[in-house]
Design a protein around this ligand. Structure first.
Ligand SMILES: C[S@@+](CC[C@H](N)C(=O)[O-])C[C@H]1O[C@@H](n2cnc3c(N)ncnc32)[C@H](O)[C@@H]1O
Length: 327
C-alpha cells in the first residue's frame, strides 16, 4: 500500500505525544478514483482522530465541497458515520459522483478496462457532446487522468512527459481505477449526492446535532488566479461560509490556506485555529490552517501549533482597516 508522501515527510506529526509509538498511518487507502488538486488524502489520519472524538457517533457527514471525495469515502468505508452528503458544484465532477449513486460504478469500471488509451482516442472521447451522465463521468475520469496535475479547469492541457516519459498514459492505471469503482458500488447506497452550492446545504443541515461537516472550500491563496488554475468554480463568499459555520449545532472542521485574511475571519467568528504542516504539489513545505469550534484534541501532535504570531499581526492589521471592508 502506498503511503502518501506527506506522512513520510512529517512522521512526527503522526506520533502520539504521550506514547513514542507512531500512530498507525499505513492504512490510508486511496479510495477516490480522482487525482485531485488540493486533495486531502494527507489529512485522513487527522480526520479519523477528529471523528472518533465524537460521542455519540455522528449519524451524517456533510462535505459541501467534496471534489475528489477522499474524506467522505474514508468516513463510509471505515464506518465513521452511517451516511454522507457529498456536494459539488462542478458538473464534470458531479457526473462521476452522480453515476456512482445511480448504480453505474460497474459500467464505469468496465469502460475504463476496455479503453485503449492513446492521445487520439482521448481527444475523440472527450469531444463527444450530447451524452448521458455516465458518459460524462467517463470523460471526466479520462481528463482527470491525462491532464496536467489532474486539473479540469479551463486552460488545462494534456500531461506532456508524465512519469518515466510515458506521457498521457503515465497516470492511467485501468485495473486500479476499475477496482476503486467496484469498491464504490459497495457504499453507493449510503451516499446522497447533490450538485449545488455547498453553502445552501450547510444551512439545510446546520440545526442537526447528529451531523458533522468537513469543509474544504476552494482556496484563496494567491488571489483568484490560484483558485482559477485548479478549479472551474473558485469564487466563494468566504464571509458567508464563516457565518454559516457559527450556526452549526453539530461540529465542523474546516481547512484553509494560511493567510492573514482567513485568520482574521476565523478570529472574528470566535473559532479556534491550528497550523499543520503539509507539502504542496511543488514539494514546498507549507502550513495548512485548520479551523473549528474546539481543536484542543489536535495539540497531541507535536508539529501542530496555534498561529499565535501571525494571528496577532492579523488582529493589528484588522484594527487599521476600516470596518466597511468586512461588511
Ligand atoms: C479544495 S477542493 C476540495 C478537495 C477535496 N477535499 C478533496 O480531497 O478532493 C474545493 C472543491 O469545491 C468545489 N466548489 C467550488 N465552489 C463550490 C460551491 N459553491 N459549492 C460546492 N462546491 C464548490 C470545487 O469545484 C472543488 O472541487
Amino acid at each position: 500500500m502506498k503511503i502518501p508522501k506527506q506522512q513520510l515527510l512529517f512522521p512526527e506529526l503522526y506520533r502520539d505525544k504521550v506514547s513514542p509509538k507512531p500512530v498507525n498511518v499505513a492504512s490510508v487507502p486511496q479510495r477516490s478514483p480522482f487525482r485531485y488538486p488540493g486533495g486531502k488524502t494527507w489529512f485522513v489520519p487527522v480526520f479519523r482522530d477528529w471523528m472518533v472524538n465524537h460521542y455519540p457517533k455522528p449519524e451524517i457527514l456533510v462535505e459541501p465541497f467534496v471534489g475528489g471525495g477522499i474524506i467522505s469515502l474514508t468516513a463510509l468505508f471505515e464506518d465513521l458515520v452511517s451516511r454522507v452528503v457529498m456536494v459539488e458544484i462542478d458538473e464534470n465532477i458531479a457526473a462521476v459522483w452522480q453515476s456512482v449513486v445511480d448504480g453505474h460504478a460497474e459500467w464505469l469500471a468496465k469502460k475504463i478496462l476496455d479503453f485503449d488509451l492513446t492521445k487520439e482516442a482521448v481527444i475523440q472521447e472527450i469531444s463527444k457532446t450530447d451524452i448521458s451522465v455516465k458518459e460524462k463521468a467517463f470523460q471526466t475520469i479520462l481528463k482527470n487522468r491525462t491532464f496536467h496535475g489532474g486539473i479540469l479547469a479551463e486552460g488545462s492541457g494534456f500531461l506532456k512527459h508524465g512519469e518515466n516519459g510515458k506521457g498521457i498514459r503515465s497516470r492511467w492505471y485501468p485495473a486500479t481505477l476499475a477496482k476503486r469503482f467496484g469498491n464504490l458500488k459497495l457504499v453507493a447506497d449510503r451516499i446522497t449526492f447533490r450538485q449545488e452550492d455547498g453553502l445552501g446545504v450547510i444551512r439545510e443541515y446546520s440545526q442537526r446535532g447528529d451531523v458533522v461537516f468537513f469543509i474544504d472550500p476552494p482556496y484563496t491563496a494567491g488571489g483568484k488566479k490560484a483558485g482559477k488554475r485548479l478549479y472551474r468554480h473558485f469564487t466563494l463568499d468566504h464571509e458567508h461560509l464563516f457565518t454559516l459555520c457559527e450556526s452549526v449545532k453539530g461540529d465542523f472542521l474546516m481547512t484553509y490556506d494560511n493567510t492573514d485574511e482567513v485568520k482574521t475571519m476565523a478570529r472574528r467568528h470566535g473559532f479556534q485555529m491550528r497550523l499543520i504542516p503539509m507539502k504542496n504539489t511543488h514539494h514546498t513545505t507549507m502550513e495548512e490552517l485548520v479551523i473549528g469550534k474546539d481543536l484542543k484534541w489536535m495539540d497531541r501532535y507535536p508539529a501542530v501549533h496555534e498561529p499565535v504570531a501571525e494571528y496577532n499581526k492579523a488582529v493589528k492589521r484588522e484594527r487599521k482597516v476600516p470596518t466597511k471592508r468586512y461588511q
